[in-house]
Design a protein around this ligand. Sequence first.
Ligand code: FAD
Length: 291
Amino acid sequence: MKFAYYKAKSLPEAMTMLEELGDKGKIVAGGTDLLIGIQHGKYAAPEALVDISFIDDLNRLNVQNGDGLAIGATVTHGAICRALNVLEKYPALVEASSQLGSPQVRNLATVGGNICNAAPSAETAPALVALKSMARIVGPSGERQIELKDFFLGPSRTDLKQSEILVGLNINEPPQGSGNAYFRLSPRNALDIAIVNVAAYVKLNKDYTFEDVCICMGAVAPTPLRATSAEKALVGETFSEKLMREAGQLAKTHAVPITDVRASAEYRREMVAVLTEKALAKAYERAKLNM
Ligand SMILES: Cc1cc2nc3c(=O)[nH]c(=O)nc-3n(C[C@H](O)[C@H](O)[C@H](O)COP(=O)(O)OP(=O)(O)OC[C@H]3O[C@@H](n4cnc5c(N)ncnc54)[C@H](O)[C@@H]3O)c2cc1C
């Protein structure tokens, strides 16, 4: 494996490098997907790597009371896990980041890299989609924002165009009376990717009925998948174990998983129901504490 390596010190510098390199260049952040992928022949080795992990503006994690959360693309999963103010309002994200890889991997691997790599099992994708994140993108034609749910086009395929950089993710502060949670299932407790992962966000009315629900599942379709029929079935209803089970069964009907070395499609579908039920119950419990 041989390529040129450029360390960008600012966003404009990274932009210039990427535009000059065109399709010969590739962005690297933590390198925990890219370098291993190149080594294993999953990706063709690029002629040059542009390292964006030293750009201060992309390294910031801002939690503002009332203003929500702004996550720079190169913020590591380790940094997310250590941020107690993120845990307070966005536990689903911390639960996702804290189960990715090992401490060594988490201290290198970035949230932006996890999203741009677009693996169907990407740990943080369901949590960030359930929290209704917006992706901030900068490229040759300027800056744009899109809802993260529309960012994923397929395995390893995103909405990013040539020379565009994901600069960060923004999440509105979850309102009072809301809660969120993330669950994943993996063959091993550490250092293995998820067979199924599910995140849930719920917002309750004053009478404790569901006002708004967002459920996102990973590893059961080419892209993170919303369980829209389960979301709709809960709105206006009151929490019960039976209702959670029904929501899990509805979520299952959306899943189109594959069979691979980790699990069969059938097992994955069953686990979607179980994890959806658990994520909804935990999100509801947190929402009640936040009324
Ligand atoms: C041992 C091990 C265990 C792992 N376990 C897990 C796991 O449990 N769950 C999981 O989800 N993942 C896991 N991973 C995968 C990986 O660590 C994560 O996906 C990580 O978040 C990738 O981030 P990175 O910064 O290393 O990305 P990189 O490898 O630097 O980049 C990944 C891809 O995204 C592109 N990219 C990166 N940043 C940007 C940006 N800002 N804008 C545009 N493009 C960008 C790169 O060009 C590349 O194509 C594991 C990896 C290893 C080595």
